[in-house]
Structures are given as structure tokens and as C-alpha cells.
Design a protein around this ligand. Sequence first.
Ligand SMILES: Nc1nc2c(ncn2[C@@H]2O[C@H](COP(=O)(O)OP(=O)(O)OP(=O)(O)O)[C@@H](O)[C@H]2O)c(=O)[nH]1
Ligand SMILES: [Mg+2]
Ligand SMILES: [Zn+2]
Length: 371
Amino acid sequence: MKKKKLEKKKRTTVRERDWEANHEQAFSHDLVKHRRALSKLSETALAAASAALPSDFTPNATLISHSKKWAFVQMDADAEAEVEDLICLIDERLHEGEESLLAPGDRVFIEFENDDAFVRGVASRRTTLSRPAGEHDRIARQVIAANIDLILVVAAAAQPPFRPGLVDRFLIAAEIGGVEPVLCLNKADLAEEEPEELQIYRDLGMRVCVTSCVDGRGLEELRGMIRGRFSVFAGHSGVGKSSLLNELDPALRVHTQEVSGQTLRGRHTTTAGRLYELAGNARVIDTPGIRSLGLWRVTPAESAYYFPELAKASMDCKYRNCTHTHEPDCAVKTAVAAGGIKQGRYDSYCRVRASLESDNNITPGRMKTTE
Ligand SMILES: Nc1nc2c(ncn2[C@@H]2O[C@H](COP(=O)(O)OP(=O)(O)OP(=O)(O)O)[C@@H](O)[C@H]2O)c(=O)[nH]1
Ligand SMILES: [Mg+2]
Ligand SMILES: [Zn+2]
């Protein structure tokens, strides 16, 4: 196999960030080369390639971003590699199982072979932000970010309009993934008042941060929240996830784009999750905007559990398996009527539950109930 020379860089030089801006081209360019090289592989070379992978390894790098065949990784400081950031081949013997083989934030084991570097192992994940993969995907669970300790749910005060339903789903995904959620309401400069739902989240004990990339409000507070931590920025397209990163560290120069003038929706500018290291000791994974967040292995019956105030009230429902939708003597509905549970959260619960019920019917095997 023809060896591809890696661009070597001495550890002592200042870290170049240019590849980050040009990664799309880098990926497509490299992939073409890779496919060409693979087509030239002889039978014997292919057989040699199927030798055993290391079953036991110590991770020596962190995944920054990846495509199907290639991975950008950052070598650990103590890995004694000649380079800090590098492009590796993903060992073809690493097979995707039920969930994504790789996700930004993954701890990986890199092995060097002559001038090539290979991802030979992926460590199990401490935490994840994940969702059910699309119906036609080979995997069942798409891991959006791995090993993070904070999910910054970014929403806009306007353009696109604030949608609490997605926040509720992220709260559930955070709980499942073992990660702390923080709500960031960006574009505060575009609205006179903050949406009333913010108080609901504050009352639930969620940290809320109100920001604007235009007038700079809240950015210092946000900086404090992510300092020393490993976060993922997630939310609808066009809410300003990448813009916030640029404000937090202008050296990053992450690509951003105006929302559509007609629909006021984002244009899905960020197309792949990517890990950034920010000045001020923070690491953040920027992610592509999503339309909706499916929930991984949550049954309709379990959905109330993820709305703590509903779960508490439901102890007094007449029926143990009360769905809080149509049953008589439902303590949840009574609490909603009395104002103890906010109507918006109850509506959100009903939407989450209804969508989980239809998911179970439409895509068997994806979200099997465990009842
Ligand atoms: N008025 C105002 N506009 C903002 C603010 N933050 C971002 N924008 C604008 O919103 C648009 C979308 O911002 P992006 O940062 O590309 O949004 P994103 O969330 O990364 O979108 P995707 O990558 O598509 O998921 C850009 O035109 C930004 O300039 C803000 O606080 N106030
Ligand atoms: Mg973006
Ligand atoms: Zn009930």
C-alpha cells in the first residue's frame, strides 16, 4: 500500500488551526486518495491486514472530528508522538456495533506504522449525548458527543423562535447520558423579554445563561460555566452555537451563516461535530443543528419519570399505570389545573409521550419497550 506522508509538525511550534477551517476539503481530498490506495491492495496485503487488533490498550489521543475513513485526533501530551494534531486512517477492522464507532471526544488508541497513523482502538465512553439513529442507518444509536461533562442546550430568543419542546428532550437525553445540562438562551438582543418558560427550567434546578453575540451579554458567565470542563453545544440550526464559540475564542474562526430570510430558520451550516480547545481552559464540541431529538430507549411509560415534577405528583394518581392523559382521578392533571405543574411542561410531556408511542409502532427494534 502506498504510504501517505503525514505532515509533521514539531511539538514546540504554535498550534496551527488552519486545518480546522479547511477540513471539508481535507476530508474529501484524502478520501479519494484512500479509495484509490485501497483498490490497489493485493490479496496478500488484505489478508495481512486482518491480523488481530489489540484487545487491550491504553488510549493515547482524543478524537477531534472524523469522516467514515479518516479521523482527526489530538495526541495526548505524554504520548511522545512527533505531532500534536494529526489525520489518521480508521482501522477497517474496527466494526461499528449498535452505536457509532467514533464520536468527537472519544478516547482512542493510535498506532504508528511507518509514516501512517491508525486508529486501532476506541475506549468505552464515560458519558454520551446520543439519539436513535435514522431508520436507514446501520447503527441503532448515534453518538453525537462522547465523554463530555456538560451539555449546553443552545436556544434562540428569536430567529428561530424559542422551542421548549427540544429543551425538554435534551434534558432527558442529558439524564440518560449522565451529563449535566445547562440552558443557554442566545440572541437575547432580538427579544424584549425572555420567554416565560425559562423560569420553569430555573425552578427545576437547571442552570440558565442568557447571552447575545451582538451585545456581548452573558458571555462572561458562559465562559465561567465551561471553564475547566468538557462541553457539547447542541440545539436547532441557526441559534448561534458556532457564533458563541467565536465570541468565546475569536482565534477559532468557526464558520457561521445567517438564518434564512424567509423562514428565519438556520441553514445547517455546521455539518460535522468537532472538538475545539478554547483559550481559558475549556473544551467544546460544536455540533450540527438538529430538527428534533429522538430519545434513546425511553419507553412511553418511562417518559413521566424524566419530568420530575410530574413523576412526583403521579404518586397520587388513582391508577398505577396512569398515563396522565385520559384517566379519571389523575393527580397530574389536577396539579396542572391548580397551577402546581406548568401547562407548558405538561404539554411537552404529552408530546414526548405521543412521539415515543408512535416511534414504537413505526420503527420496531429501534425503541423496543422493556415492559
Ligand atoms: N442578533 C443575533 N444574531 C446572532 C447571535 N448569535 C448568532 N447570531 C447570528 O445567527 C446566525 C446563525 O449563527 P450560527 O452560529 O451559524 O448558528 P449555529 O447554531 O451554529 O447553526 P448550525 O451550524 O446550522 O447548527 C448568524 O448569522 C449569526 O451571526 C446573537 O446573539 N444575536
Ligand atoms: Mg454551527
Ligand atoms: Zn395520572
